[in-house]
Write a protein that binds this ligand. Structure first.
Ligand code: COA
Length: 320
């Protein structure tokens, strides 16, 4: 019998500090009106000094474990997606495994920028379908505020910190219906964050650098294509999708994907206004929010999608 990767738990964590557009306008030449009109963002969360990508991941993971009603030890694969790991090594996945008190199985990190959570779902799905893993934790966790140049108004208005988690388990009942991931490395100069120390510049600091309007155009076109690919692979119509849970980069990119699906914004989960772009955490944070507030119901069909540096992009179609 087909084994599906069924969602058995979700979790999320947002740091306490709220940084509003007004706060940013005090430091760089911008305004709340400009930021909100161009991006849909009003505020974002900022991690406290003592917080790390793994400490935030732990809170989100524990919530998912509690919702699922399993023991942490039941997890046999941990996948952490992050572009802001606290160490070059050990991986944040291993640090998280230890924090959760898990001594068996395997944990590793993936780096796919803002598409990280979708890449994580793809790997989890394939491990479960092949029988290589039974219970898989996927976490996206980011402290973008520490790789943001707070004097660059083109990027500092966009990003935020947070962690999202989802637990998947092998089941006869439907779960992930399909995943689709892609990358194209030719766009490095449009969106990147260097690692100066690894490049031999011991005193350097690496910040996010982006050609925003060019990224915007590629993102809209690419996400339109991933919608078509996902529907075709499942022999579905646009009207078969109950919820769109998009990566939260910009409300105008989200609205363009919703329009492509002929979907009213009432069926799109939007968190960008109060969270900004939390990279690999954003899709799982949004999914967690809509599951916990009861918008997403068991049996419904949910399309998750993301686009990020690399470029990377992808989707996961889930029967919740
Ligand atoms: N406040 C005020 N003005 C700003 C500004 C800010 N924060 N940032 C840029 N501007 C100015 C520019 O200097 C430019 O001025 P000019 O016309 O005098 O040269 C003007 O606004 C238009 O700049 P542009 O970059 O074309 O704006 P935009 O409409 O594309 O909006 C982004 C900028 C960054 C909001 C938008 O491009 C975006 O969201 N891109 C996608 C980013 C993204 O999703 N990245 C992550 C992918 S995972």
């Amino acid at each position: 019998m087909t084994q599906y990767a069924k969602v058995i738990g979700t979790g999320g964590y947002l740091p306490e500090e709220i940084r509003t557009n007004e706060h940013i306008s005090e430091k760089v030449d911008t305004s709340d009106t400009w930021i909100f009109e161009r991006t849909g963002i009003k505020s974002r969360r900022i991690a406290a000094k003592h917080e790390t990508t793994s400490s935030m991941a732990e809170v989100a993971a524990r919530q998912a474990i509690e919702m699922a009603g399993i023991a942490a030890d039941d997890i046999d694969l941990i996948i952490v997606a992050t572009g802001t790991p606290e160490n070059v090594y050990p991986g944040t996945g291993c640090v998280l495994q230890h924090r959760l008190g898990i001594k068996k199985g395997v944990a590793f990190d993936i780096q796919a920028a803002c598409s990280g959570s979708i890449f994580g779902l793809d790997i989890a799905n394939n491990y479960i379908k092949s029988g290589a893993a039974k219970t898989v934790l996927v976490v996206g966790t980011e402290i973008n505020s520490r790789i943001t140049d707070w004097t660059d108004r083109g990027t500092c208005i966009l990003f935020g910190d947070g962690a999202g988690a989802v637990l998947l388990q092998a089941s006869d009942e439907q779960g992930i219906l399909s995943t689709h991931i892609h990358s194209d490395g030719q766009y490095e100069d449009l969106l990147n964050c260097p690692n100066p120390q690894a490049m031999g510049d011991a005193d350097g600091v690496g910040y996010i650098s982006m050609k925003g309007n060019e990224v915007f155009k590629v993102a809209v076109n690419t996400l339109g294509r991933i919608v078509d690919e996902t529907l075709a692979a499942n022999n579905m119509q646009k009207s078969d999708i109950d919820w769109l849970v998009p990566h939260q980069a910009n409300i105008r990119i989200i609205a363009a994907t919703a329009k492509k699906l002929k979907m009213s914004m009432d069926h799109v989960v939007v968190t960008v206004e109060e969270q900004g772009n939390t990279s690999s955490a954003s899709v799982l944070l949004a999914f967690n929010e809509a599951v916990r507030d009861g918008r997403i119901q068991r049996g419904q069909t949910v399309l998750l999608e993301a686009f990020g540096a690399g470029f990377t992009w992808g989707s996961a179609l889930i029967r919740y």
